[in-house]
Structures are given as C-alpha cells and as structure tokens.
Design a protein. Structure first.
Length: 471
C-alpha cells in the first residue's frame, strides 16, 4: 500500500520533496464474508518506509491515527475496524417488520417487498479507493528534524494590495441564512479570486464533487444513506442565502459515510479584484447526523471549530498546485459582526482566507477514484444478511444486553452534552467583543494556516502528524 504525503512540510528554507510517499504492507485482513465467523471486518496496514522521489528510503515508525470522512474506527494500534451492519437503522427497521410479519403471516410478502424497496442491508466490508485521505503520525529521521508546516505565499507585497484585500474582507457579510429562519447558519470564512473555470478545475483536482438540487428524490436518497450508513456522492445541501442570494456552487467531499463530509457553498460577489472575479464561501465540516424539529427531519451537526474546515479547503487546493497565494486576514469585529449576530457554540480565530487561483491547467494531484471492487452476488448477500441477523438476534435480543446498551447510550448522550457545553463556554470566553474577539484562540498551524498538521515534538522525538492520500 502506498500514500503520497500531502501535507507541505518545510525545514530551514527547504521542503519535504514533492511526491514523497509512505509505503506499507497489509498485514491482516478479516472479511465478514457470509457472517459465520465475524460480524465486522478489520484491516491492519504496517507503514514502515518513507520513500523520497530520488529513490532514497528511510525506515520510519509510522502509525495510522485516522481516515477522513470514514465510517470505520481506528484503534490505538492503528488497526481499522469496520461497521456492524446489524446496528444500522435500516436493519433495525427490517427487524421490526419481520416481527410484524410473524404476528400476521399474511403480511409477509407485502412487508418484505416494502422493506426491500425502501432500504438495503448495508455492506459491512471495508473498501478504500484511490484518493482516500489517511492521517498518519510519522517519526521522521534525524536528517528531517525541525520540519514544520510551510509558509504559504501571500497575495502581493505592497501595503496597497493588503489594504485592498482587507477592504474586500470588510465588505463581506459575516453569516449565511436559511430561507425560513432568521438566525445565522454558516460563517463566511473563505474568498476565492479567479475565473469560474479555474475554480471548478481546482476543486475537481482536489476531489470535491457537486451536490444534487433539493428535491423529494434527493431527500429520500439522503435518508437512505443515513439509515444504511453509507455515502451519498451528490447528497443535497440545505439552501442558504448570502445577501438574500442562493449559492452559485455547492461542493462536497466525502468517503463512505453520509454522516461525515466536508462541504461548502460559493457565491459570486459583485465587482473584481485585479481584473479577476471574486467568490465568497462558507465552509463547514459535518461530523454527525441528528433529528431536528426545526427544521423538521434529519440534519447534520457541524464541527464547532470552523477554522478546521477553512484550513482543510486551503490545504486541499494548495496541494493541487492550482493556488498562487493564500492570505489570512482578520475580521475587525471577530465572530459577531456589526449586527452582533451569533451562532451558539461556534468559535474561530476571526480570520478569513483569501485564495488566489491560477489557471490550473496541470493539477499536481489527481484523485480520480479507481474501480470499485465487484459487488457480491445476490446469493452471498442474502445468506450474509440471514446469518448476521440471526446472530444479532441471539446475542442482543435479551434484557441483559438491552440494559447495557441503554446505559451506554445514556453515557454517550451525557458525554455529547458535556462536549457541547464545553464548546459553548469556550466560544463565550473567546468572544471579547469588537476589536478584541477571540484573542485567546491561537492558530496551531503556524503562518501557513495548514490546520492540524503541526504539533510539538513528543518526548524529544521528531514526531509529526501528516495527511497522506492513498494512490
């Protein structure tokens, strides 16, 4: 297995060579198969080599710590553990229908047809394709000691250029709003400067895709993705307004789950900067789904630290080579704009990233997805479903397990509630008011703004968390 290091790292003016890869071998594969032995799949990869483009190899301890937008979990050893298909909403719904059919045998056929047409039994196997983003901790050799995120080039070098950019930032609205609600929804945290072709080419090269228009069909597709615990490549987005206008573009990036995805909306702004079009964007990361009464239905929970998604977008575009410069400028009013609008729980360092694009004729990164593995036959899928369902019934449909599961859910709910309260306290603490908002929040990414790629050396070791893209 091989993944290219996509986090730009520099050391005393020199950078980690472009095209550096980490290489490893798959040491253990556990498939679900028919479900006779295992309920869940697992995968272990032993990354041990840092390979430079000149052919030099370094033995380096490398540990997998995460996979972006994935439904699987990673344990402390770096092993990947798959989802349990019988724990999904789709399977629980089908079980209720089965119990109803047993009570009323005449309903077996219509209920089976209804359940089959509505939801599909999830595929519990693990499959990652080209372009999957891996979070790795790499202990670099001594010759690479002192690596840190590269400083990005800024737009222009004169005070006049910076003044014009700051004026551009100051003239933007702070928040986007929905059509039906008056409270602020997403924070405007990005500006793109360039023509539409450059904008489209940059995001396509970085692996971002479009979003289907809101409709009954796309909405039902999103519900199916939630209950079946799978991805929806063109899932719809809620319609948000900026200055009363709908977005010109809606883009997203996900892997194999609908719950976690990166997404943004882009609005073409009036006027130009240095003869180029100006686009404003609000980028947020979905980290879970929940059921809401207002608006009614399933909705996403977003990451409270909105700077993470801002820096994620910048990092993705910079690595493609489609960016000329990135300039971070601070809003004078902090998170609360002139109207003192505010969304509960969110926090930021009050900076907005201005990304100047180039023509993007030859993108550096090509994340075109490879071919998917062939789907199991209908017989295999039916046998696996029957085996896993029967196994789940024997193991979990009893008072002991149900009581323990209820306790676990209560603990998880309490932990989530405490986490939300903590985020809200942090947001209130950092909000100092006009001119001094969020003075307590520092950017852990250094001057380059590459969020989540720098950290202090652990125990004297040259240990760095980096992002690598599977290829």
């Amino acid at each position: 297995m091989e993944a290219v290091v996509s986090t730009p790292l520099c050391q005393e003016g020199a950078s980690l060579p472009e095209g550096t890869t980490v290489q490893g071998v798959v040491t253990r594969v556990r498939k679900v198969g028919l479900g006779l032995i295992h309920e869940t799949a697992s995968l272990e990869v032993d990354f041990k080599t840092l390979h430079l483009p000149d052919g030099t190899d370094y033995a380096a301890p490398i540990r997998l710590v995460g996979i972006d937008s994935a439904r699987e979990r990673i344990d402390r050893r770096g092993a990947i553990h798959g989802m349990r298909a019988t724990a999904t909403i789709a399977n629980r719904f089908s079980q209720r229908l089965a119990f109803l059919a047993f009570a009323h045998p005449i309903m077996v056929t219509p209920l089976f047809l209804a359940e089959t047409g509505l939801f599909r039994f999830p595929d519990p196997e693990i499959e990652y394709r080209r372009g999957t983003e891996l979070y790795l901790e790499i202990e670099f050799p001594e010759s690479f000691r002192g690596l840190s995120p590269c400083t990005l080039p800024t737009a222009g070098g004169s005070d006049e250029d910076l003044y014009d950019l700051q004026s551009l930032v100051d003239g933007l609205p702070y928040w986007t709003y929905s059509k039906r609600q008056s409270q602020p929804i997403d924070l405007v945290n990005l500006i793109f400067i360039g023509n539409e072709l450059s904008l489209d080419a940059a995001f396509q090269a970085a692996g971002w895709a479009g979003s289907a228009p809101n409709s009954v069909r796309s909405g039902f597709g999103a519900i199916r993705a939630i209950v079946e615990d799978r991805s929806d490549g063109d899932a719809p987005m809620r319609t948000l307004l900026l200055d009363g206008e709908e977005a010109d573009k809606r883009l997203q990036k996900s892997l194999n789950t609908f719950e976690k995805r990166h997404h943004l909306r882009v609005w073409n702004r009036p006027g130009e900067w240095r003869g180029e079009r100006v686009w404003a964007s609000a980028a947020t990361q979905d980290v879970g789904t929940t059921f809401s009464l207002k608006p009614f239905g399933f909705t996403h929970q977003i990451e409270n630290d909105v700077d993470q998604e801002r820096d994620k977008v910048v990092s993705d575009l910079v690595y493609t080579g489609c960016v000329d410069s990135v300039t971070y400028l601070r809003r004078p009013e902090g998170l609360r704009g002139p109207g003192r609008e505010y969304r509960k729980g969110l926090y930021t360092d009050s900076r907005l990233a201005v990304v100047v694009l180039n023509a993007c004729r030859q993108p550096r990164l090509d994340v075109a997805a490879g071919a998917r593995a062939p789907e199991p036959s209908l017989l295999v899928r039916c046998l696996r479903r029957a085996t896993l369902t029967a196994r789940n019934h024997l193991l979990r449909d009893n008072i002991v397990y149900r009581s323990g599961d209820a306790l676990r859910l209560g603990i998880c709910a309490l932990r989530d509630w405490r986490g939300q309260r903590k985020d809200e306290r942090l947001a209130r603490k950092l909000d100092r008011g006009p001119g001094d908002s969020f003075a307590g929040k520092t950017d852990a990414s250094g001057a380059g703004g590459q969020g989540g790629v720098s950290a202090p050396e652990a125990g004297g070791r040259n240990l760095k968390p980096v992002v690598a893209t599977a290829r």
